[in-house]
Design a protein around this ligand. Structure first.
Ligand SMILES: [Zn+2]
Ligand SMILES: [Zn+2]
Length: 143
């Protein structure tokens, strides 16, 4: 035999005390089934139990977060694809079939782009006789 504590609450119509075994109370809270006060007022728990509401709220929060993560992930993948396309363009010489051999790692984009740019500038200068840009010359003089 399972022992239940009694749950005390009041009739929502007349305010008279209602005592219910905890097991039945939980059942009525969950199934929203009807019951009566001693004065015969029919009632039921229309509101979800607090714990039930909290679980539903958390579940909704998790679901919203999951879909947000999914959105970010697909946006990130799209950006990554776009970026890959841009990098491919960036690594190509506009004048010949030459391509930069430098890689641009996901975690070091700025430095990677700089290396590709540097190599392309060198290629343009050496293979096509293009003048090295002013700032480049200053950098080389300083190095
Ligand atoms: Zn009542
Ligand atoms: Zn070239």
């Amino acid at each position: 035999m399972m022992a239940y504590n009694d749950v005390n609450f009041t009739c929502c119509v007349c305010g008279i005390a209602i005592t219910m075994p905890e097991g039945l109370y939980q059942q009525r809270v969950t199934d929203h089934g009807e019951f009566y006060c001693v004065n015969g007022h029919r009632q039921r728990f229309t509101q979800k139990d607090k714990k039930e509401q909290e679980i539903a709220r958390l579940r909704e929060e998790v679901r919203a977060r999951d879909s947000l993560i999914e959105t970010f992930r697909s946006e990130a993948n799209e950006l990554w694809d776009e970026r890959e396309g841009l990098i491919a363009l960036l690594r190509e010489c506009p004048l010949c079939d030459w391509r930069s051999s430098k890689r641009i790692p996901r975690g070091g984009v700025r430095a990677g782009v700089e290396r590709v740019h540097q190599q392309l500038v060198d290629h343009l200068a050496h293979d096509h006789g293009l003048p090295v840009p002013q700032e480049q010359r200053l950098l080389e003089a300083g190095a």
